[in-house]
Ligand binder design. Sequence first.
Ligand code: TRP
Length: 362
Amino acid sequence: MSKEKIILTGDRPTGKLHVGHYVGSLRRRVELQNSGEFDKIYIMIADAQALTDNADNPAKVRNNIMEVALDYLSAGLDPEKSNLFIQSQVNELTEMSFYYMNLVTVSRLQRNPTVKSEIQMRNFEASIPVGFFTYPISQAADITAFKATTVPVGEDQMPMIEQTREIVRKFNSVYGEVLVEPDILLPGNDACKRLPGIDGKAKMSKSLGNCIYLSEEPDEIKKKVMSMYTDPDHILITDPGKLEGNTVFTYLDAFAKDEHFAEFLPDYKNLDELKEHYTRGGLGDVKVKKFLNNVLQSELAPIRERRKEFEKNIDYVYEVLKKGSEVAKNTAANTLSEIKSAMKIDYFDNDDFINEQREKFN
Ligand code: TRP
């Protein structure tokens, strides 16, 4: 089997992307794209998956397709290098999911920790939509349809990749080697893996109102940074401060580079020096927050500016998604026909079936 290096990843279009998405995956995708190390890159807007828990709100999903596409392009994904597409337009994926369902047990799905916690968060305990319950299988279709070798995602997606790998192994052992086992590519540091909301709560989420969006305006960014949760026991500037659970420092871990110190806070060479002063005492929260604000402003300004340009050119974005979806559909169709041939349900694709039947009935 040819061993091309292929990326597939994506996001559910349920809102604009926030800085958690950015450090958790989007920034990395852009780096991987520009590294030139990958033969193919597919970035998917997972609208079908978004519908698994928004079945009664299709308008929300539809309205966020463009928002996510704009976030992708403004973050630096380049349609010349990365194929952007919409999941529902590649109907081959649903067909694959149906066959993969035969390879997964209900109890296996019930053990998926991410799905478990999502069920709790959505109060689905009493009645889980089957589509939602089985979305890890559909995610396996997303990944395997493109023979992805590498899936750059956040830590919460680990169970999906594990489920995909199991499906691949099972499929290949039952039907023959067709599918490729993907590897997960996690964000570099812990802060990027799980960027908390500005209130310090574990997850940044629209419903908790604790997000900083990628396209956030400068004054909003500043307001949010200045209101961030820090160390509640750090009352006087002279008090020693704590870093654990201190959201401002978690964000700095995710965003700050040495260049930012040279530019905005030259009294310190790097984040280690700043942390050392903070824990020793004598460094106030406001100073650290002002620095974080500068860092975020400088990181997000170019993204926001590019977004404004793309917003003026929405027909172009539409064409990118339309063409990308066609390309994705072709690729998925090729894999699907390999799958159907391995599963011996390719009756009309060649003469094997009719020849067998002639033999049998003659
Ligand atoms: N589950 C992912 C999320 O919630 C979105 C997604 C759907 C995805 N299919 C995928 C991610 C395949 C990586 C690979 O963000």
